[in-house]
Design a protein around this ligand. Structure first.
Ligand SMILES: [Zn+2]
Length: 135
């Protein structure tokens, strides 16, 4: 399984994750199945610094904004400001969109961002190869 993501979007995700530190950031991924072509940042409503709760209004707004176009909401992203980009127990427990791509921007070290993508299903996850394309 592999998804493509444009270089521009990938850099935006890293910048958002970096700016939000030490808190987690989150947002929506737009595109077509298998292809991420845009991202929309969303407010993180969680009060705990190491959790995220994506503002549902941002989700609704993204669905509205893409209605009638050939792109839609294909997934979500969030960051792990202090750890590797691997789904946490709460990520697994709180995932309610089985078809969605979940991109995590992690910081295995303070200075190095690592971005990985997953599909969450049946209480587990499978890693998806994220292929950077120009655009
Ligand atoms: Zn997480």
């Amino acid at each position: 399984m592999r998804w493509t993501i444009t270089g521009e979007v990938l850099e935006r995700l890293k910048a958002h994750a970096c700016d939000a530190r030490p808190r987690e950031c989150c947002g929506l991924l737009l595109g077509r199945s298998g292809h991420v072509i845009a991202a929309r940042p969303a407010a993180n409503l969680a009060t705990s610094p190491d959790r995220f709760e994506l503002d549902p209004q941002a989700h609704v707004a993204a669905i509205r904004a893409t209605r009638g176009s050939d792109v839609g909401v294909v997934g979500f992203y969030h960051s792990h400001p202090h750890s590797v980009p691997v789904p946490s127990q709460s990520d697994l427990a709180e995932s309610t969109y089985p078809e969605a791509l979940h991109v995590i921007i992690g910081y295995p070290t303070a200075s190095e961002a690592d971005v990985r993508a997953y599909l969450l299903r049946d209480g587990g996850y499978v890693e998806v190869e994220l292929v950077r394309i120009e655009g």
